[in-house]
Each structure stands twice: as C-alpha cells, then as structure tokens.
Design a protein around this ligand. Structure first.
Ligand SMILES: *Cc1c(COP(=O)(O)O)cnc(C)c1O
Length: 355
C-alpha cells in the first residue's frame, strides 16, 4: 500500500520531477466504537447512532501530522531546500524530523520547554533533529519560526505551509472511502486549527467532485484553558494537560471558523477533566490508546450528547489524532490504580487479584 500522495495522486498537481518522500503514511483504520456509541445514546436519549474512531495514531510517527509532512517535505526537496524548521507541541517535530531524515535534510525544531510529552521528544532526538527548547509557549515558538523562515534560508513545515493541509485533507478522503459516503458529523480536536481546516477541504472536494453526496457537520473541540476560538480572543497563557492543543492563537483560526459556519457545525471547548474521562473510556472500554489531546474529540461528542446536540441515526466519526504511547506519563497518571509490587508468591498474587 502506497502513501497518501501516491494513492490520491489524481487530487494533486505535482509538476515535473516531484520526489515523493513517504513512510507509507495514511490508510489508518476507521474503528467501530460501539461502547462510545452506547454511551452517547444513553446520554442523549437518541437511537441508531453509529460511532467510528479514525485512529491517526497508527501513522508512521504516531500522529496525523505525517499526512501533511510527506507533502511539505517532498516540496521542500523539489524546491531544493537544505533545511526544514518547525515550532511544535511535539508531534509536528517528530514527524518533521522523520521525513527530514528520510530526505537527507537538516531538521530544526523549536519546542516549549517542559511541555512536550516524552515520547515525542525522544522521537525527534533519535531521528537526529537539531532541537531548541525555549522558555516560552508554542505561539512564541511559532513567531520565531516565522521570523527565521522569512530569511529564505529554511523551509517552514508548520501547518502555515499550505502543503501540510493539502496532505492532511486525505484523512477526510479515507473516511469517505471506507464509509462509502461522508459521515453526518465529524468530531475533531482543535489546536492550531489546521486539521479541522484540512478535513473540511477534503470533504468539500469529494462532494464537489460528486464522489460523495453530502458533507458532514464539523465539530471542533478546543481545551477550555486554550479555547481562543470559542472565546473569540487570543489566550496569552494557554493551559491544558492536553499539550498538543495547548495553543492560544491558532494559525488557521479563520479556516476553523469557515469550516464551522459552512458546515453548520460548532467549535466548543472541553475541560481537562472531560478530556481525561474520554481518554480513560477509550482505553478501558474500547481498547484504543490515544493521547490525551486526541480524546478531546470524544470528550466533545460526550458533551454534545449531554447537550442534546446529536441526532438519531447519525453516522459519527471522531478523529483520534495521536498515539497514546507518545505520552506514557499521562497513561500512568490516569490509568488503572490496580497495581501492586509483591514477592514472587502465588498466594499473595491470587489474594491481590481476589481470585
Ligand atoms: C497537532 C495535534 C492536534 C491539533 O491539530 P491542529 O491541526 O493543530 O488543530 C491535536 N492532537 C494531536 C495529537 C496533535 O498532534
């Protein structure tokens, strides 16, 4: 199975001598989630709902960022850049470093110090990137990247690079290809708001080409402590344990608002407690291990159910943006407390398990 650029080649115009830098990204599973569906029906009193999880944590570096990075890095090579640069809450840097390594480019990374999950940092380090942690947040890191990018010496691979969103729209294509039609509702975490913008582009493109008959409502969820779009103002000091969406001034703000308004959807926020509850539910009830930020989509769906915002017989897709293995600290902190250290003794072990 080829990567997204080869599989969806007809939706792009690559020009001549286009080198595809790919790690066979995309083609991630759309997992039926009956237990989430039952909980949503119970909370809302609605019937006939079907819920699916688009598990983007199974991309080559463990997040959806790979869909955009394959295109951005391929273009960087085509345009003869030698260096790529990004600001990151973690996943963009892991992805950039991997594709940069594969393409033989130097990858430069700026991170908010102390706010990047360990798995993501370890990826960037082993892929061989050059890494600066700043005493500041993501938005400040992105400001520095914009400044360094304007010198022309480096190619920016954050989602302000339009090829990123062009690659990420294939997530929407895959959802439609598997369902045979667009879903009624998409639920998706919102950080820098690139992904909701990209999914909307993808759904519109399929509908415009007559491949699908309808477009989904786009429901984006920010973390309450970083909910710039919901509150309609920049957040100077964004806070949330969902570090991948800890962003106070989303670069694709306008794209997210357009997706919401054109689709009749909504942008709302979820609290850290709601995010953690969904994170635990997905792992303990569905066997799906995503990172906390990803669970904002399902937390949003649960919230919408409680507010009576879901409809009978709806087909609903929740995007799970990243893999839970990236953030072992959160898993250990919020996972099962049923653990013990015991001597190598069957009797004591049996007692602990209450057998
Ligand atoms: C990047 C990221 C997001 C946020 O996506 P945006 O395009 O910035 O809105 C959400 N979850 C995870 C795991 C991410 O890596």
């Amino acid at each position: 199975m080829a990567g997204i650029l080869e599989r969806y080649r007809q939706f792009y115009d690559f020009g001549d001598n286009f080198p595809i830098i790919s790690l066979e990204e995309g083609n991630t599973p759309l997992i039926p989630a009956c237990n989430v569906g039952d909980a949503v029906m119970q909370k809302s009193g609605k019937t006939g709902l079907k819920v699916f999880l688009k598990f983007e944590g199974l991309n080559p570096t463990g997040s959806f960022k790979d869909r955009g990075m394959t295109y951005a890095v391929s273009r960087a090579v085509q345009e003869k850049h030698t260096h790529i640069i990004c600001a990151s809450t973690g996943n963009t840097s892991a992805s950039a470093a991997a594709y940069g390594a594969r393409a033989g480019l130097k990858t430069l990374i700026i991170l908010p110090s102390g706010k990047v999950a360990l798995g993501k940092l370890s990826q960037a380090i082993l892929y061989g990137a050059s890494i600066v942690e700043i005493d500041g947040n993501f938005d400040q890191a992105l400001d520095i990247v914009r400044e360094l990018g304007s010198t022309g010496k480096v190619c920016i691979v954050n989602s302000i690079n339009p090829y990123r969103l062009q690659g990420q729209k294939t997530g929407a294509f895959e959802v439609c290809d598997v369902l045979g039609e667009a879903p009624d509702d998409l639920f998706i975490p919102v950080g820098n708001a690139g992904n909701i913008t990209a999914y909307w582009m993808g759904f519109k493109e399929y509908a415009d080409k007559g491949i699908t008959q309808k477009r989904p409502r786009m429901n984006g969820y920010e973390a309450e402590g970083s909910a710039a779009i919901v509150f309609n103002r920049k957040i100077e000091n964004p806070e949330t344990l969902a570090t991948a969406i800890r962003i106070g001034n989303p670069a694709s703000w306008d794209g997210a608002v357009a997706a919401r308004d054109e689709s009749g959807g909504r942008i709302d926020s979820v609290t850290d407690d709601e995010i953690v509850a969904a994170y635990q539910f997905l792992a303990a009830r569905e066997g799906v291990f995503c990172e906390p930020s990803s669970a904002a989509s399902v937390a949003g769906l649960f919230k919408a159910a409680e507010l009576g915002q879901v409809q009978d017989n709806a087909t609903i897709v929740c995007v799970l943006t990243g893999n839970g293995l990236k953030d072992p600290d959160s898993a250990i902190k919020f996972g099962s407390p049923e653990r013990a250290q015991l001597p190598a003794d069957a009797g004591q072990v049996a007692e602990f398990f209450r057998l």
